[in-house]
Ligand binder design. Structure first.
Ligand SMILES: [Zn+2]
Length: 274
């Protein structure tokens, strides 16, 4: 009996032994996995922190626009534009001027947009499709649009500015309220358009503000990527008197973003050109 009992104990031991070894193996594997996982999480968190720290700008001042009472004046220091002229978001104003050598590479005739008048002005090809849609939709709403100025080369700007000086007894301060000095005009970009309408006999100027075409543009132009450059009441920021006819193309996405943020073109471009 004793021998039988000892054999029984040995048999039970032999049966249970592999299971115990197996259990401890599983346990070890699990512990390793858990430990490994915890280690990985810690590692991930560390990496996350490092990435976050790198993303945070250190002591970068927010871009601001300082309004000035003598808003028509140029600053003492004139700078060259930070972005290429081909960049739809390049800031061109009284502080930043385009290089005299800059000309857009994709100029085409405005006639490609189907405009009724002003078809011989040049504009960048990049805006033609949106302009075509703008013209068609304005027509459908009963508003007539024409173009009275588009791309102006650096050389043309020299002539234009000098023309206005000669017309106004070389009154530089007065001319600076409405005419850009060479290199400072958005028209050199090929994305600025001066609009008019048959309502005022296709002339350029203040009378455009009272037209149905102007009203339509004010409400709808941004949907096609166009933004008024020199709005009423913002002279101290833009440096130019109100021009109801002058629009600049910055692309539909940007025009929507600007409108949603309630910004004007100048402050929007300044915020993107730190
Ligand atoms: Zn203009």
């Amino acid at each position: 009996m004793k021998i039988l009992f000892v054999m029984f104990l040995i048999t039970v031991f032999l049966i249970l032994l592999p299971q115990k070894i197996g259990d401890s193996n599983i346990k070890t594997n699990l512990e390793e996995k858990i430990e490994k996982r915890i280690f990985e999480i810690i590692e991930d968190l560390d990496n996350y922190k490092i990435i976050k720290q790198e993303e945070q700008p250190v002591d970068t001042p927010k871009p601001t626009v300082t309004p000035t009472t003598e808003w028509w004046k140029y600053p003492k220091e004139i700078l060259t534009t930070k972005r290429s002229g081909d960049d739809l978001l390049v800031l061109v104003n009284k502080t930043y001027k385009l290089p005299s050598t800059y000309a857009p590479s994709d100029l085409v005739k405005a006639s490609n947009s189907g405009i009724r008048r002003g078809e011989n002005y040049y504009l960048r090809n990049i805006l033609i499709n949106d302009l075509k849609n703008l013209i068609n939709d304005s027509k459908q709403s009963g508003a007539d649009l024409s173009i009275v100025s588009g791309y102006r080369s650096y050389k043309t700007q020299v002539d234009t500015y000098n023309y206005w000086l000669s017309k106004n007894n070389n009154d530089v301060e007065y001319v600076d309220t409405f005419s850009a000095r060479p290199g400072h005009s958005q028209h050199q970009l090929g994305t600025a358009i001066d609009f008019s309408s048959n309502e005022i006999g296709d002339v350029l100027g203040d009378t455009f503000a009272n037209t149905k075409a102007s009203e339509w543009l004010k409400t709808n132009a941004y949907k096609y990527g166009f933004i008024i450059s020199f709005p009423k009441g913002f002279e101290s920021i833009t440096g130019y008197k109100h021009e109801s006819w002058h629009y600049r193309y910055i692309g539909v996405e940007n025009a929507l973003s600007l409108t949603n943020k309630g910004l004007i073109l100048e402050t929007y471009l300044v915020s993107l050109n730190p």
